[in-house]
Design a binder for this molecule. Structure first.
Ligand SMILES: [Zn+2]
Ligand SMILES: [Zn+2]
Ligand SMILES: [Zn+2]
Length: 473
């Protein structure tokens, strides 16, 4: 790195490290960073000598900033766990900070700057992309409702979004992978609180007022009662039939019941265990508690590509031009076609699903401009094939659907084979780049012909869900 600006957050102006030649140092003594410091700073250093509260405020302010969130932040001393979760680790010298910051900043240059500002998803992916191998680890905060939290995700997700849920969604979208399994916790099914109290209750009336008691079973009359009711001046005598009980095993024994309910008098072997939520007071049997696996999260291969190229919505939108209707209306039309075909089986129609499975990888290999040209070419072919009576839509998975009324299997087959040719638009050698495997167009298709291929009682949503399954890997 030729020239870096280091912003140090110091308390009392204590300088730990002397400047590196060519490095500009700017010291701050208030955690409220002036806006220009984010623009100016290439790396940020926490002196760590201040009150943890001020350090936390500084780290959180940096990570909440639209430009500062991804910049290198090092500590010159050990920090509190929250600040540590936001920082990039300890450094022992400015030289070390400079070297490590250089790696982060170089990777940052690979990313599309506008994309980073678009939405929190990309900010998190970018953050992880610039720090290879970094895993977001849950921080244990015993007094918080969920016990575990992800400070960085909480700051990046912005207000109103629950960080844990957000991370789960990103991992379901396979942008993140689950890492180290840290813990398994059980949560209240109503409020997802984890502060639970396991209480023993009477299985008969649910009362909390139960006691462990030893019982006696009198062989003469067969009655059972707590042992204390049998005590008569240091001997045992049955309170019901008056028999003196001398020998355990021949006069009496102890039944299995060992608990007594003071509310209803019920005697029982095992109390009913219930988890009572301290937060919302809901009582749940332990089997019904929500089990959460607390894991770390790291960037997946798909997430890495996504971080580099950003959203592809504008690319997919190129496919929305010909007889396009919104998915909700498409479903209505499809339901109507289904009703029609079920009533008059000679009315046939076809449904074609197309999925462009690797546009992110293609974009990564060929660039956005070339990818747009390719998708334009696909759209052009579709435009030429689609009749005025056909309808198309696109669902969020990047799947294009064509509803083709009065098209039988032969008609659908011809259309599908013409679309097959699209595959040849990307040649493997076009995507050849040093150190990279060649990419080919992963274009998938599924065809349904009604009424033959329909399942009984299948509506439009179920049908699309079934066919989407065919298009997944
Ligand atoms: Zn009871
Ligand atoms: Zn008795
Ligand atoms: Zn609760």
């Amino acid at each position: 790195m030729s020239h870096l600006t280091c912003i140090r957050f110091l308390r009392g102006g204590r300088a730990h490290f002397s400047p590196v030649p060519g490095m500009t140092l700017r010291d701050l003594e208030t955690p409220d960073i002036p806006g220009d410091a984010f623009e100016e700073g290439d790396l940020f250093l926490l002196d760590g000598s201040g009150a943890p509260e001020r350090t936390r405020r500084f780290a959180a302010a940096l990570r909440s900033h639209p430009l500062g969130f991804v910049k290198p932040l090092f500590a010159a001393a050990s920090l509190d766990p929250f600040s540590e979760a936001l920082a990039d680790g300890r450094v022992d010298s400015l030289e070390e900070a400079e070297t490590r910051a250089g790696e982060i900043l170089t990777r940052l240059k690979e990313l599309n700057r506008e994309t980073l500002l678009e939405e929190p998803d990309y900010r998190l992916l970018a953050y992880l992309h610039t720090r290879p191998g970094r895993e977001l680890l849950p921080l244990r905060m015993p007094f918080s409702p969920g016990v575990y939290s992800f400070p960085l995700a909480e700051i990046l997700s912005g207000p109103g979004d629950e960080a844990i849920r957000w991370l789960q969604t990103l991992s379901e979208r396979r942008l993140l992978s689950r890492g180290t399994l840290v813990d398994r916790i059980r949560l209240c099914p109503r409020c997802e609180g984890s502060h639970l109290n396991y209480v023993d209750l009477c299985p008969e009336c649910g009362s909390l007022d139960i006691v462990a008691t030893r019982f006696i079973h009198c062989f003469t009359c067969g009655r059972v009662a707590p042992q204390r009711e049998f005590l008569r001046e240091n001997t045992l005598q049955c309170p019901f039939c008056g028999t003196r009980l001398r020998h355990l095993g021949s006069d009496y024994d102890h039944p299995l019941e060992s608990h007594l309910c003071n509310t209803c008098g019920h005697q029982f072997v095992e109390p009913a265990v219930t988890a009572a939520c301290f937060r919302c007071e809901t009582r749940t049997v332990p089997e019904d508690l929500v089990v959460r696996h607390v894991t770390g999260y790291s960037l997946s291969e798909k997430g890495r590509t996504s971080a580099r190229i950003g959203t592809l919505e504008d690319v997919y939108e190129l496919l929305d031009q010909f007889n396009y209707v919104v998915p909700a209306y498409f479903l209505q039309l499809l339901d109507w076609q289904l009703a029609l075909t079920r009533r008059y089986p000679d009315i046939t129609f076809s449904l074609l699903g197309l999925r462009f499975a690797n546009l992110p990888e293609i974009t990564d290999a060929l660039g956005r401009h070339r990818t747009k040209q390719l998708v334009e070419a696909v759209a052009e072919r579709l435009r030429n094939m689609v009749r005025t009576t056909d309808v198309t839509t696109r669902t969020s998975l990047g799947i294009v659907w064509l509803l083709l009324p009065r098209t039988d299997r032969e008609g659908a087959r011809i259309l599908a084979s013409r679309l097959e040719a699209v595959r040849g638009l990307v040649t493997p050698d076009e995507t050849l780049e040093e150190g990279r495997a060649p990419v080919t167009f992963d274009f998938r298709m599924t065809v349904l012909v009604a009424p033959e291929d329909l399942f009984p009682d299948e509506n439009a949503s179920l049908l699309l869900a079934r066919l989407s399954g065919n298009l997944e890997e």
